[in-house]
Design a binder for this molecule. Sequence first.
Ligand code: NAP
Length: 308
Amino acid sequence: MTKPLFDTLAIIGPGLIGSSIMRAARAQDAVRTIVATSRSPETRKRVLELGIADRVVETNEQAVEGADLVIVCVPVGVCGAVAKEIAPGLKAGAIVSDVGSVKGAIVRDMSPHLPKTVHFVPAHPVAGTEHSGPDAGFSELFDNRWCILTPPEGTDPQAIEKLAAFWRLLGANVERMAPDHHDLVLAITSHLPHLIAYTIVGTADELQTVTRSEVLKFSAGGFRDFTRIAASDPVMWRDIFLANKDGVLEMLGRFNEDVAALTKAIRKGDGEALYEHFARTRAIRRGIIEAGQDTAAADFGRPHTHDD
Ligand code: NAP
């Protein structure tokens, strides 16, 4: 496909993900014009100062007027309300997408509001950091990361391919999944790890015998990565757990069974069972490195991106 792929891109919610899309789209000449809007005047002002949009407008409806590609980059819980707001302003033939970390709920919340004249192609770029807001974004965020498209059945294949081409231009590898399957996969690869991080950091904080300063002092070990993940945006993660209740509960059930099995092995002094388990998980880690989704290098100093 020839560049630019779209004439006008509208970003609603130019936070970490939205502003990274804007920066990457600009860097790759993926679109001719970028229009952005945000809920707060402060964020709108900041986006203007950063110079990452051609125009910043006040309302969600204004932002989508004349846009060929609209990407809703707000927390999962407000996607439905935003779809309702933008519906009257959407141009016939426009592609409407999102970046939400949960897909089943978003399809159910957004679809009913969108006119039949637009193509709805939900998407989830599986890339992020624990930071938020327009200053946190950067154009390389999607490099060699997955972007999962979950178009409802019957979506125009050309619209799907055009959005896929857009994400490939931004550096991502594109995959297609059914929304509910996406939610099950992400429950184990992203949502459960975040829940464990939120839990473990909370548990350590509440321990009477380990003072807060000791937790901080010795957090150079495995705990440090948990504290980074547990610093992720509370609104975003509240919405993810509310929206992917079924997927998370399913994976949490399996996880609890495995924790119980390891607990038993430790109590019984069953070194063989522990060794077998740890050897299997080490092989999984090596597989991730071979698949190019992480490096074997130590974490020190490299930018903290992770898969959300
Ligand atoms: P973020 O940095 O907090 O940005 C969210 C943006 O949405 C802010 O600009 C906020 O505006 C705006 N917003 C909130 N409600 C709005 C409304 N009703 N109308 C218009 N704008 C509104 O969040 P993020 O990390 O980019 O996450 C955005 C989405 O991406 C979420 O759905 C999340 O699930 C998904 N996602 C996140 C990651 C990650 O690692 N962070 C990775 C993949 C996908 P104000 O600043 O003006 O309040």
